[in-house]
Design a protein around this ligand. Structure first.
Ligand code: ZN
Ligand code: MN
Ligand code: MN
Length: 277
């Protein structure tokens, strides 16, 4: 199973590749820009080609881009919504420049306007993405906090069905689904969860795993990531996740904390140590 972590682009985007290699990744994820602002600096052709050639030489794959935090594709507010769609289309363009095959996005919040309204907003937002794009948009499962879309598999299933596009798939975040109330810690519980995923979405849509342990308990709706094996999912839970066929055939990105207990290398080691032999 290919595994990696989220790395910083500080200095220059191509430095992310060096950082991922240093940490022993086979795959990695970046924010192609500051995730906490709307402002975006264009990528120069020099930087794009440095990134692409380093990436090719590294043999790491896939490189994944994650949408910034501010866009809300389900927003009822026209100005925010338009900026969000522009950001999505802009990120797809940046992925094309960098040769990145996956763009992960959150589904956003309907801010009290209701699930149906939110789902419709998202569908029309993604419909505006150019469809000759080589980058696949991955809708991420969320922890199911108030008004958010994507905390139940049905949300994602309905969006995918309405879109009917091959270039849209799903990123499953193990912390998020557990916090949203889906059991993953036992073989039976996980099997049941993945059957529901298959019924609502289809396992063929699953392209990427965000492998995170969780600070919050089952159904806590808390989006707080924890070191692999040290959270509420725990070692045995992560072990059971990594044994599941549909999960094992996907690459996994860790979005775990870095603190005095462990760094990225430590978490990658912990996760690889829980892979079935
Ligand atoms: Zn995410
Ligand atoms: Mn995630
Ligand atoms: Mn999260």
């Amino acid at each position: 199973m290919r595994m990696g972590v989220h790395v910083s682009i500080a200095g220059s985007i191509d430095k992310a590749v060096d950082r991922a290699l240093e940490r022993g990744c086979d795959a990695f994820q970046i924010f192609s820009r500051n995730p906490r602002g709307w402002k975006v600096k264009e990528i120069s052709l020099d930087v794009a080609s440095a990134f692409a050639s380093k990436l090719e030489r590294s043999k790491m794959a896939p490189a994944v881009d994650h949408m910034p935090y501010l866009p809300n594709l389900a927003s009822p507010r026209e100005d925010i919504y338009e900026r969000s769609v522009e950001t999505l289309i802009g990120e797809l363009d940046r992925c094309r420049l960098l040769g990145i095959p996956y763009l992960v996005t959150h589904l956003g919040s309907h801010l009290g306007q209701g699930r149906e309204a939110g789902l419709q907003r998202i569908v029309s937002a993604i419909s505006r993405a150019p469809d000759l794009c080589k980058t696949v948009i991955l809708l991420e499962t969320t922890a199911g906090t108030k008004n958010s879309i994507g905390g139940v598999f049905e949300d994602i299933g309905e969006i995918l069905e309405a879109l009917d596009r091959d270039d849209v798939g799903v990123c499953l975040d193990t912390c998020h689904i557990f916090a949203a109330g889906y059991e993953v810690r036992t073989e039976d519980g996980l099997e049941n969860t993945m059957e529901r995923f298959d019924d609502c979405i289809g396992l063929s849509k699953l392209k990427l795993i965000h492998l995170n342990d969780s600070k919050g308990g089952l159904g806590s709706r808390m989006d707080r990531h924890e070191h692999i094996g040290l959270g509420q999912i725990g070692e045995e839970g992560i072990r059971s996740i990594l044994r599941h066929d549909a999960i094992r055939r996907c690459p996994a990105i860790l979005e775990t904390p870095v603190d005095e207990r462990r760094d990225d290398r430590g978490n990658l080691e912990a996760a690889r140590g829980l892979l079935p032999s």
